[in-house]
Structures are given as C-alpha cells and as structure tokens.
Design a protein around this ligand. Sequence first.
Ligand SMILES: [Zn+2]
Length: 80
Amino acid sequence: MPIYEYKCNTCKKEFETLVLGSDIPACPGCDSKDLSRLLSKCGFISKSTGSGGESQVTTSAASSACGSCTAGSCSSCGVG
Ligand SMILES: [Zn+2]
C-alpha cells in the first residue's frame, strides 16, 4: 500500500495518507494541496552504531558485562 507522509506548506501539519495512482492528496487540516512529500519511515531504516550518539548504561551490579554491549567490543564495561 503506497502510504506517503506529507507536510502541508500552508499550516505545517504533517500527516500520512494513502495515494492511489496520480491522486493528489489534500491536507486534512486546511484542505490545501500545497504539500511536501516526506521520506517514508519504511525506507528510513538506518541505525548508526558507535558514532557517539548512543546512550551508555553504567551498572555496578554486572561487572562482566554492562548489558548493552556486544561481546568483545564495549568501552564502557571493559569486556574484551
Ligand atoms: Zn494544511
């Protein structure tokens, strides 16, 4: 099902809608057709790993593994 995500340029409302063929959707808020199509969430599966943005969990109970690391590569708990 071709569900696209749009943002209305008039009222800045973001919404998802089903688009059939060359159908042009209208904003459910203000009925404007001045829309920008956003990237679908389905095509946005990219997880950044180890770029410094991940949260690090510090636990004193588990001394051998911090619970959030993969084996052999954890700088927070010292495994490896
Ligand atoms: Zn609108």
